[in-house]
Design a binder for this molecule. Structure first.
Ligand code: GDP
Ligand code: IMO
Ligand code: MG
Length: 446
């Protein structure tokens, strides 16, 4: 039995969907603890692509129970579309459960998110425009609508009438937008509630019962460490806690039940939206990474900014998540490069800086200090063991593992489930260095 958290170690889109789907094979329950429809997790199985926003990436396994946890924010309309898409592909969702205490994203959240971004002008965050910030803000302000309210028509009517009248003042007076008609919204959302009601449960209790039955539970983080509200590149962050600790809060379980934390990181770095990004590449190589990596947002279609691997934020992710091991994805995207840079530290105001500075203006002034490694200029997409990889690719992985001081348990070389090297058991594997000085797996020598 092992309970494992999968989190993004960078700025999101690291390939958490692919890794979660892969690990779901040995999970009894997969939980999405936080985030909303800002997330876009892609799974590719036998040529078929699934793009999930709220539904956990374990859904393709009919025996695996999938829980949308209490720390998520749920847009019922988008969730129903997602359910419809899965049904049209003959994927059953009888194994889906929705937390009664998750908060609900309403039309005014979306409008306010977009209007506030517009008002910020050049200082915009570059949000997904999905209403995430305003939904979490209402949760903190204690004016949110929860799933329990949504599925209780009387409660919903009372709460929405009051809230929409309140939000209309902001929409009209501050943003010069048309007000919402409470009656229309209430009717629409009562309709959504009827369809979602059968899925609603006490998710914390459900997960606790699974723990007591010694089931394997996988927690699928959304977004990434540097987008964490408390520990990311504030204010250019999302409004939830994507770090490993957030998985406990968002699922309603205690930290003592977590056995392992797996960090997913790309072999380079990407970021969507605004905010500092020290290793960003503006020229030809950045374009090449974007094109080869098909770096366009799963949710918004926006082009992702691309850059070299940043070891400083990598080490930071190890620290704030307590990572046990790494899954390195998209190594294949680097296949054509003649040399590859890795940021090992920053220069900040004339000093070398080894640690991620929490101060946003300092972080914005950091410039990367690089080590350059030779590229391999061979295709890796069909490699299925470390031994199949070119020596330079193994050296690159070894460099990353040493820089971050955690073993690499999984290497991904393509979007498909099978384009993966399992270097060591990511769930039960030992906590130790992975590759020896020649880039060979230690496990092969023992
Ligand atoms: P997530 O949000 O962390 O689940 O990641 P996304 O799904 O938003 O973005 C990752 C993208 O990379 C998706 O299109 C995946 O299909 C794709 N992908 C995942 N792993 C690999 C890989 O190893 N190589 C390549 N070329 N693509 C990958
Ligand atoms: P997954 O789970 C990448 C980014 C947005 C923006 C910031 C705030 O697919 O990795 P928000 O709409 O959350 O208020 O936007 O966070 N962002 C993501 N970037 N992947 C995601 O999710 C993201 N979810 C939000 O681009 O910069
Ligand atoms: Mg994504």
């Amino acid at each position: 039995m092992a309970n494992v958290i999968v989190i993004g170690a960078q700025w999101g889109d690291e390939g958490k969907g692919k890794i979660t789907d892969l690990l779901s094979r040995s999970a009894d329950v997969v939980v999405r603890p936080q985030g909303g429809v800002n997330a876009g997790h892609t799974i590719v199985v036998q040529g078929q692509t699934f793009k999930l926003h709220l539904i956990p990436s374990g859904i393709l396994y009919p025996e695996t129970e999938c829980v949308i946890g209490s720390g998520t924010v749920i847009d019922p309309k988008v969730l129903l579309e997602e359910l419809g898409q899965l049904h049209s592909l003959n994927v059953s969702t009888d194994n889906l459960f929705i937390s009664q205490t998750a908060h609900v994203t309403m039309p005014y959240h979306r409008l306010l998110d977009q209007a506030s971004e517009q008002r910020r002008g050049e200082k915009k965050i570059g949000t997904t425009g999905r209403g995430i910030g305003p939904t979490y803000a209402d949760k903190s302000e204690r004016t949110g609508i929860r799933v329990v309210d949504l599925i209780n028509p009387k409660e919903l009517q009372e709460k929405l009438e009051w809230t929409i009248n309140y939000k209309n003042v902001i929409l009209e007076k501050l943003y010069n937008l048309a007000p919402l008609d409470p009656k229309v919204v209430i009717e629409e959302y009562i309709g959504y509630a009827e369809q979602l009601k059968p899925y609603v449960v006490d998710s914390s209790l459900k997960i606790y019962e699974a723990i007591k039955q010694k089931k394997n539970i996988l927690f699928e983080g959304a977004q990434g460490t540097l987008l964490d509200l408390d520990h990311g590149t504030y204010p250019y962050v999302t409004s939830s806690n994507p770090i490993a600790g957030g998985a406990c809060v968002g699922s309603g379980i205690g930290p003592t039940v977590v056995d392992r934390v797996i960090g997913v990181a790309k072999a380079y770095t990407t970021r969507v939206g605004e905010g500092p990004f020290p290793t960003e590449l503006h020229g030809e190589i950045g374009e090449q990474l974007c094109d080869r990596g098909a770096e366009f947002g799963t949710t918004t279609g926006r082009r992702r900014r691309c850059g070299w691997f940043d070891g400083v934020i990598g080490r930071y992710a190890v620290r704030v998540n307590g990572l046990d091991c790494l899954a390195i994805t998209k190594l294949d995207v680097l296949d054509e490069l003649s040399e590859i840079k890795i940021c090992v530290a920053y220069e900040l105001d004339g000093h070398t800086c080894d640690n991620f500075p929490g101060n946003a203006s300092e972080f914005a002034r950091c410039t990367p200090i690089y080590e350059t490694l030779p590229g391999w200029q061979k295709s890796t997409k069909d490699c299925r063991s470390l031994e199949d990889l070119p020596q330079e690719a193994r050296d690159y992985l070894k460099f990353l593992a040493e820089l971050m001081e955690v073993p690499i348990a999984i290497v991904s070389l393509g979007a498909s489930r099978d384009q993966t090297i399992i270097v060591e058991d990511p769930i039960h594997g030992p906590k130790r260095a992975l590759l020896d000085e020649n880039g060979d797996p230690l496990s092969n020598k023992q």
